[in-house]
Ligand binder design. Structure first.
Ligand SMILES: [Zn+2]
Length: 476
């Protein structure tokens, strides 16, 4: 997992800007053409042999129809293949999740299906095998005792599920950035100003870009356009510093008034709630306003098409909307970052217990936050958690089962919805009283070590187990 360092340029003059835009557009069109050409199932094995496809194209005398130099189209090809790979990897995660829960297959059939999704630690993913799911080719695993019918059933399940989760094929919608390798740029400084000269579409000709700030740069970079400033941003990815693993477990109960509460009761970034609420209100107000405008647009479409077109152009443009929302997004994102930074620095755990992030949507709904905000929040938190776990060498066994963690008494074990009322927890049996989020975090932490209640134990079964334990404890 890598860290991205961003460095802005000064605004470019018209000639330089035009040249950079030209490269960006050619690169985007080329990448898009590659996505279309190699997005088909039959090219799936190339995701494991990206270099091979490139060599084949070179051998066939490929020349970019969009005017890219050889190094440039090779990077566009890599880029396209990585985009396809990311789409597949994301789909595989989803298919795995569904396969776990799916009840229509036998144990052996499931085992067989999982085998297609398996990624070897050393040799990576077997894309050729995965391709067989779609071609109907019968692949046999000697270790799995299954006849042709069972195998076909397993593969068909995968095929169906993939077609549901894969989504539409990725395309480049907008020319925003391009990659350069070490031979295509040079970094130098005069006085206190750093510059980067970048290859254009014309061999030997480079654009010199003055940068703000100084950074060591090497390896592949990405040049990203900032059109409203007529400047660029150089993105460089590098390996972050990794810290040795810490000790013990920490539980976090994700929230919407603070980012989360840990099992000591500490609430991380109580400022978060307000920021999130503001963002949600804003998006809701916006979408209501847009809804009204769309109604107007439809009304005028027949009576006064010109007026309708004006409404579309001036009031329903997407660019303005995204830009304004960004301010709110950044504020929330900063709070989330700070919360995680504090948690990992102060607690230094070996493992963190957290709930399935899908639950966040329920919590958001209870406070009337927009669905869009809830989804956004879930994605950001998921990414941050993954990244921080990586940096702090935290082992991540995945989310724990959160069923009844807000209703269960950590002292006597009694489970009752009435144990919780708003922000307070008070056990109906033993009277134990504490902050409700703290209770949630403590229970999540306990689930981490629970061998009986796993992530996939059904909701009702969890309650059964918990009450059984309560009764056993009372008896002894
Ligand atoms: Zn109790």
């Amino acid at each position: 997992m890598q860290q991205t360092v961003k460095q802005k340029s000064l605004p470019l003059n018209r000639a330089k800007w035009a040249e950079i835009v030209q490269v960006t557009e050619a690169y985007a069109r080329q990448k898009d053409a590659f996505l279309v050409a190699y997005g088909h199932i039959k090219y799936l094995p190339y995701l494991g042999q990206k270099r091979k496809l490139r060599d084949e194209l070179v051998a066939a005398g490929f020349a970019s129809p969009f005017g890219l130099q050889a190094r440039q189209w090779k990077l566009a090809l890599d880029d396209a293949l990585f985009t396809l790979e990311r789409q597949w990897e994301a789909a595989i995660v989803k298919v795995q999740e569904r396969l776990y829960r799916h009840e229509g297959l036998t144990g052996e059939e499931k085992h067989y299906a999982f085998w297609f999704l398996y990624k070897h630690e050393k040799y990576g993913r077997d894309w050729k095998r995965l391709k067989a799911v779609f071609t109907g080719e019968d692949v046999i695993n000697e270790e799995i005792n299954l006849d042709a019918k069972g195998r076909s059933k397993g593969r068909k399940y995968l095929q169906r599920t993939f077609s549901r989760v894969l989504g539409s094929r990725p395309r480049v919608k907008k020319a925003r950035s391009f990659a350069v390798d070490q031979q295509m740029y040079r970094v130098f400084a005069t006085g206190r100003r750093q510059y980067i000269s970048v290859a254009t579409l014309i061999p030997g000709k480079r654009v010199v870009i003055p940068l703000t700030g100084m950074h060591a740069m090497e390896g592949n970079l990405r040049v990203v356009l900032l059109p409203d400033k007529q400047a660029v941003e150089i993105h460089l990815t590098r390996e972050p510093q990794i810290y040795p693993a810490g000790k013990g477990e920490t539980g976090i109960d994700l929230g919407i008034t603070e980012v989360f509460t840990d099992d000591t009761g500490k609430k991380y970034r109580p400022e978060y709630g307000e920021a999130l609420q503001e963002m949600s209100d804003r998006i809701l107000a916006k979408s209501q306003k847009r809804g009204r405008l769309w109604a107007l647009y439809r009304k005028f479409l027949k009576q006064d098409p010109n007026k309708a077109r004006r409404i579309l152009r001036h009031n329903l443009g997407l660019v303005k909307q995204t830009k304004r929302n960004k301010k709110y997004r950044t504020r929330c994102e900063n709070e989330i970052n700070r919360a995680f930074n504090e948690l990992y620095r102060e607690r230094r755990p070996q493992t963190i217990a957290y709930e399935d992030l899908a639950h966040l949507r329920g919590k958001a709904r209870s406070k009337g936050l927009s669905r869009k905000v809830a989804n956004w929040q879930r994605n950001i938190i998921k990414k941050r958690l993954e990244y921080k776990n990586y940096i702090y060498s935290v082992t991540d066994p995945g989310p724990v089962n959160a069923a009844y963690t807000s209703q269960q008494c950590p002292q006597c074990g009694w489970v009752d919805a009435r144990n919780r009322s708003g922000d307070t927890f008070k056990c109906r049996k033993c009277g134990f009283t504490a902050d409700a989020d703290l209770v949630g975090a403590v229970n999540l932490k306990t689930r981490l070590l629970d061998t009986e209640i796993t992530r996939y134990t059904p909701y009702r079964k969890v309650k059964e187990i918990l009450l059984q334990r309560y009764q056993q404890r009372q008896a002894s």
